[in-house]
Design a protein around this ligand. Structure first.
Ligand code: DSN
Length: 415
């Protein structure tokens, strides 16, 4: 999108944005956590609402002039409640990280025990990683992944929960391709006297569409980002039972954040409005179809998909069986040379350090937003296969890059 004001005033920033727009338009985006917002969401996020300070909550602000941003925040909350069936919603977290930390600080004291999935096994940095505040403040225990199925080992989760009696169990993932059994985790949490936090950042869109079980009936707290499968602006959100409303709200503000980003909250309201429409379900169904076909095709070419088949919007390719010498980092670099953007990722039972990793994480939300379908997934799988089997063939990278551009031009971004 061209902004003549920006172009005239600050040509450097404008020019970099144009280059980034070109990169997004002419490349295949397979990063599982990225997506493309609607022009309406983009307009809200780029609006004059960025000017407004609104510390506090609707009708309880510390600043004057909040009547219109109050209406916008209330709309976002009301739409989110309808979407997820949640009793209470806080739309102010600036990110998923802020949302998770706000839940932790609402229910935990430093030194309390938490039970989570580790980052290395598909969890998230905020699920107790040693270098994250969650790992520094709390005593962290991790449940495991079943090496055969790559599914969460619910028995290990239950055994550790009953033994350690954590104060909080966090369930949710950023690199996990199986359906999560939230009901079972809720039962374990209750049996062990723990609170339950479900982090659905990756699968929120699937949950809204009824294509993944919802944790809302079972979890005390549900956090999400709004920019992944949900296809909204960058940001976070917390849902909880009504009895936790006050504690969560004061943990977000003033506990963890100051002024909310009202332009982003407006973008969230627009995104939730879009997600309430019937076509959102069709979009989510296509994400799943595309992911399955992409995984099937890659398997057909001999690539190893962790856990055999994806059940959601993403998959992890374990490079070790097929390309023992190729790290995830190097594989991602090769694909990027041809205009296919992915990220390297650790795989269960990882043998490399996380900066190299042995896996590639691939997801279909962004390509599906562009309108690509299963036949395009077949082309993408073929290109990935060719590129990884000939990692030093620069001419091949150049020729596939041209094919990638040709495909992308048939599915232009709407900006
Ligand atoms: N949410 C992570 C991802 O999945 O990419 C980043 O924090």
């Amino acid at each position: 999108m061209e902004s003549s004001f920006l172009k005239q005033q600050d040509h450097d920033v404008w020019a970099w944005i144009q280059k980034e727009l070109y990169r997004q338009n002419e490349g295949i985006e397979l990063i599982a956590s990225e997506n493309f917002v609607s022009p309406a969401v983009l307009e809200a996020v780029g609006s004059i609402l960025t000017h407004k300070y609104a510390e506090g909550y609707p009708q309880k602000r510390y600043y004057g002039g909040c009547e219109y941003v109050d209406a916008i925040e209330n709309l976002a909350i009301e739409r989110a409640k309808r979407l997820f069936g949640a009793e209470h919603v806080n739309v102010q977290p600036h990110s998923g990280t802020q949302a998770n930390l706000a839940v932790y600080t609402a229910v935990l004291k430093p030194g309390d025990k938490i039970l989570t999935l580790s980052l290395e096994n598909g969890g998230h940095l905020t699920h107790g990683h040693a270098k994250n505040l969650s790992g520094m403040l709390y005593q962290v225990f991790h449940y495991d992944i079943d090496p055969q199925t790559a599914a969460i080992d619910y028995e290990s989760l239950e055994e550790i929960a009953l033994r350690e009696r954590p104060r909080l169990i966090t369930i949710g993932a950023s690199a996990y391709a199986k359906i999560i059994d939230f009901k079972r985790v809720g039962e374990i949490a209750r049996a062990s006297g723990a609170w339950m936090l479900a982090d659905i950042a990756h699968i929120a869109g699937l949950v809204v569409a009824g294509l993944h079980p919802s944790p809302v009936p079972y979890a005390d707290f549900v956090t999400t980002t709004t920019h992944k499968t949900l296809r909204g602006p960058r940001g976070g959100m917390i849902m909880c039972r009504a009895s936790w409303a006050k504690a969560i709200d004061s943990s977000v503000f003033p506990g963890n954040q100051g002024g909310p980003l009202m332009h982003v909250i407006a973008g969230k309201a627009v995104c939730f409005g879009e997600a309430l429409r019937p076509e959102f379900k069709i979009y989510q169904e296509q994400i799943l179809k595309n992911a399955r076909v992409l995984a099937e095709e890659l398997q057909k070419y001999g690539l190893s998909i962790v856990g055999g088949m994806t059940e959601n919007h993403l998959m992890l390719v374990d490079l070790r069986p097929t390309f023992p010498e190729l790290s995830g980092r190097e594989a991602a670099r090769i694909l990027e040379q041809a205009g296919i953007t992915t990220n390297h990722n650790t795989v269960p039972r990882e043998t490399r350090n996380p900066f190299q990793a042995s896996g590639l994480r691939l997801g279909t939300p962004a390509v599906t937003t562009r309108g690509m379908g299963t036949s395009e997934m077949r082309s993408i799988a073929l290109w990935i296969q060719k590129l990884l089997f000939s990692p030093n063939d620069n001419a091949l990278q150049v020729s596939i890059r041209a094919e990638v551009q040709e495909l992308c031009q048939k599915f232009p971004l709407k900006y």
